[in-house]
Structures are given as C-alpha cells and as structure tokens.
Ligand binder design. Structure first.
Ligand code: SIN
Length: 356
C-alpha cells in the first residue's frame, strides 16, 4: 500500500498510472487564482444512479449484476471483477458521523500507530490538541538540560520526545525547540491502524507490536457488511483495520492488499466524507482500471480474485459542488465545529480485514 509505491519509470508508463493521472487533481494557473483542471468524468461508474435506476425499472448496465442474497440493501457486482461487491449507501448518516468522529478521536490514539509515529513517536489526543491550537514541541533530552551532553555519553542519550504545549518552548540555551502545530499534524494524518498493527516497511503484520482489539461496534458492523462476500457457513473475524485519511489533493496510489492469509475473506471498506474516485484494475498495473465514485456511506467488499487486483484512490472532491456531503454537514452542524471543518475538505476510509 503506502510502502508499495516505487515511483519507477516502468510504473509511470502503466495503464493504471495513466488512469491515476487522468483523474488526479491538477491545478491550472488562472489569471486570478489557480483553478482545478477540468476532468472528464463520463467514464466513471456511478453506483448511486445505477442503484436508483435499478429501483425504478430493475434494469442494470451491461457488466453489472445484482447479487442474489438476503442482505438488507442491494449489493452490486462487477462481472469483470469476480469477488468485488459495491453496496451503495450502506451506512446511515448517523453511522457515518459516528465513524468519522471515532476515526479522528479514538482510532489514532496509542497503541494504535499512525504515519506520525516514525517521526514523533506515539501522539495522544491529536484532534483535541488541534482544536485547542496546541503545538507539538520536541522536549530537550534531560542530559542536554543538565549540560551533560558535552561528554558525548551515548549510554545516557535518549530518543527525543514530543509533547503538546500551549506555547512554543525554548531550550536551556534559549533556542526555540523544534515544534509543529497540531492542526498541521491533523492535516497530515494519512493513516492509523487498529487491531493487529501493520508494519509498512516490511509490508507485513507485526503481531509483537502492542495493540488493542478492534472495537466491538466496528467488529459487529464489519461482520454484518462482510456477509455478501463470505464463503457460505463461515464468519468474518475482524482482526485489523487501516483508517486512511484524505485531504484535498491527496491520493492513494495503486496497490494490492495481499498480506492477509486467506483471500477468500473480504476486505470491508467503508467510505466517509467527501466523494472520491476509486480505481480497480487487474492483477498487474498494465490492466486499464475501471473508475467509480465512492460517496460517504458506500461500502465495497473485495474478496477472492478481486483481492489480486490493483486498486487505489486518485482523487477526492473537496469542493462544495462535487463533495456531496450536505447531509453530513447538516448532521454535524449540531456538533462541535471542528468535525464540520474537517469533513468539509476530507475523506476517511476504514477498511477492515481478517488477517489469519
Ligand atoms: C484502500 O484501498 O486501501 C483504500 C481504498 C479507499 O480509500 O476507498
């Protein structure tokens, strides 16, 4: 996933990369301010309108079928991608709000890891700290504070530690300590991991890392959502989840989710916040991917052969016209403004997996 983007010339020339470039957000420099470059969306599959038309006249476009199952909402399949399922509007607006709030407040809390761990170590209460205008400040190691670093004693050297503060701090030598506003870190939050922790550098689960179990309510929901894609008579066991956070201009490059043991079990992937484009290709980047819109509340399942398909998110729409989040905005308007502010320009994806 994040670790799998090689950026080599070969990757640059593939059909998958061409599609990513087609949909990615680029800006043209206008006379007054930079404008998003117009993009042709005519080939992007729209399961919302497919579902609405199906409800009216039971007709589906070529290549799309409806799964015969007991699920309480229509589940659509792509005939070109066995094991891929799309459930439009699977989450209620209340569920969407709850998962957005959890994704911002509790999911990035240690021992869950985030993309910030590698630089800052575990960070507690990022969202609240951003709301309170705090700054994360690098604390002066005690041996420096005590003036003992001059003897260069490696045995007493400690890794720098970072703490939230209301104000910029200064070292004992009067120099400003390294610092970064919590709001900047929130904007740069790209992922957090729940349950078994994923080691991006090794592209594998590291079961020895401290972790909490996936929260019960997320387990229950994902188990229910997984049913259309589950082998009959088996239950989905949610063991790990990755939460992806997207701001305007962010993308998630083409990748495979292939680190789990049993690919017959689906990845359950929930979309929240601003609308996005999702690409699903084939088992190499040479296959031209299909593009589809993902809106807040949509769920996709990828199991079996679809687990071997490159997929990614080249674009989110954070502008009022295309984001399609008016219901969410209304729901959040009774809440703290900080959620509303975040959701207006962001998308969150929670994808849940059975690892073993
Ligand atoms: C993923 O492929 O891991 C995430 C997809 C999404 O953001 O919808």
């Amino acid at each position: 996933m994040y670790g799998s983007e090689t950026g080599t010339e070969d990757v640059e020339r593939t059909a998958f990369r061409k599609a990513e470039k087609k949909y990615k957000l680029y800006y043209d420099n206008g006379r007054k301010k930079k404008q998003p470059r117009p993009v042709d969306l005519s080939e992007v599959l729209d399961f919302k309108s497919i579902s609405e038309r199906y409800a009216q006249n039971a007709e589906l476009p070529a290549g799309i079928s409806k799964l015969q199952c007991d699920f309480d909402r229509p589940v659509f399949c792509l005939e070109s991608h066995p094991g891929f399922y799309f459930i439009p509007g699977a989450l209620t607006i209340e569920e969407q709000c709850q998962w957005i709030k959890d994704s911002l407040t509790s999911f990035p809390q240690p021992p869950n890891r985030t993309n910030h761990n590698v630089i800052y170590g575990p960070i507690e209460d990022l969202f609240v700290s951003a709301k309170q205008g705090k700054v994360l400040v690098e604390e002066e190691p005690s041996h420096q504070r005590n003036g003992t670093d001059s003897n260069n004693d490696q045995s007493t050297a400690t890794a720098p530690s970072w703490k939230f503060s209301d104000v910029q701090s200064f070292s004992s030598r009067g120099e400003a300590c390294k610092s970064v506003p919590a709001s900047v870190l929130l904007r740069k939050l790209r992922w957090s991991t729940l349950g078994l922790q994923f080691d991006w550098s090794k592209r594998s689960y590291n079961v020895s890392l401290p972790h909490n179990k996936i929260p019960d309510d997320l387990c229950q929901l994902s188990t229910k959502l997984a049913t259309p894609a589950m082998p009959s008579g088996e239950d989905f066991q949610p063991e790990a989840a990755i939460v992806n956070y997207f701001g305007q201009g962010d993308m998630l490059g083409g990748h495979l989710d292939d680190m789990e043991k049993d690919w017959s079990k689906p990845i359950v992937s929930m979309s929240l916040g601003c609308k996005a484009i999702f690409l699903i290709g084939g088992n190499s980047r040479e296959h031209t991917p299909l593009a589809m819109f993902l809106r807040s509340g949509d769920v996709i399942l990828m199991a079996g052969a679809a687990r071997e398909c490159f997929h990614g998110v080249p674009r989110i729409f954070a502008d009022k016209e295309h984001a399609e989040i008016s219901e969410l905005e209304l729901q959040f308007s009774d809440e703290d403004d900080s959620f509303l502010e975040y959701v207006r320009t962001s998308r969150v994806n929670i994808n849940i997996r059975q690892v073993f």
